[in-house]
Design a protein around this ligand. Structure first.
Ligand SMILES: Nc1ncnc2c1ncn2[C@@H]1O[C@H](COP(=O)(O)OP(=O)(O)O)[C@@H](O)[C@H]1O
Ligand SMILES: [Mg+2]
Length: 225
């Protein structure tokens, strides 16, 4: 398999506080299509910083990130925003659902800023995604009326509804109990196969690390070889 990597990171560095904290130091990494990969390593090792750089949520000091064929540094702010909205799904530790919107409205939200969708097509896509993540019939509930595991499933549905080639998930199981966390990872693994999407996790959760295909260990902002 020689398919183009969905993510290419080349000698990437990022520091905070005028260089006093070197969060990511000279990291290079390729993520192939269909990958199920975790950035592991202790708290403070740079996992979230690297994930945010890949997701175009932050800008590196040095080095290159290419996502789905787009070299982030060569894109305008507007193009970068479009790439992030259309091509990357995000799942966070705290679920980050909009509390005043229903589950179905949360799922259809990313489609509202895409061209060429109608209210009806968005509604249908949300209903179908909720069914695929095992939440059929719960689309009218508010996040506060769902369990943590159900809320994270809504977040997975929201990340996948635009059919992105890449989903970035930062500690997605950290707020879920044992079996719920495992079920969520298994769900994402099924979606990965069904929908032909790559997942990159930042996690030190053994439930995640036992189930991914590739573990990339970070230490002090570097990848341990
Ligand atoms: N916004 C920030 N400002 C200053 N320092 C930060 C910021 N974000 C992260 N750091 C520091 O960068 C290092 C890497 O953090 P992070 O990427 O969050 O690691 P991890 O996700 O592995 O816990 C840590 O030393 C952390 O304190
Ligand atoms: Mg982190």
């Amino acid at each position: 398999m020689n398919a183009e990597p969905v993510v290419r990171v080349h000698e990437l560095s990022k520091s905070y506080n005028q260089g006093r904290v070197q969060a990511v130091r000279g990291v290079s990494l390729d993520v192939s299509p269909g990958a199920f990969l975790a950035l592991a390593g202790p708290s403070g090792s740079g996992k979230t910083t690297l994930l945010n750089l890949i997701g175009a949520l932050d800008v590196p000091d040095e080095g290159e990130v290419t996502v789905a064929g787009g070299r982030l540094a060569e894109l305008s702010e507007k193009q970068r925003t479009r790439l992030r909205r259309q091509r990357i799904g995000f799942v966070f530790q705290q679920f980050n659902l909009v509390p005043v919107l229903t589950a179905a409205e949360n799922v259809s939200l990313p489609l509202e800023i895409l061209p060429g969708t109608t209210r009806e097509s968005r509604r249908r896509a949300a209903v179908e995604m909720l069914q695929r993540v095992g939440l059929e019939g719960l689309g009218d509930r508010l996040p506060s009326q769902l369990s943590g595991g159900q809320q994270q499933r809504v977040a997975v549905a929201r990340a996948l509804v635009k059919n992105p080639p890449l989903v970035l998930a930062d500690e997605p199981t950290a707020n879920l109990d044992g079996a719920t966390g495992i079920a969520l990872i298994d769900l994402m693994n099924r979606m990965r196969t069904d929908q032909d999407v790559s997942f990159v996790f930042a996690s030190h959760d053994p439930r995640v690390l036992d189930r991914v295909d590739t573990v990339v260990e970070m230490v002090d902002g570097c990848i341990r070889q």
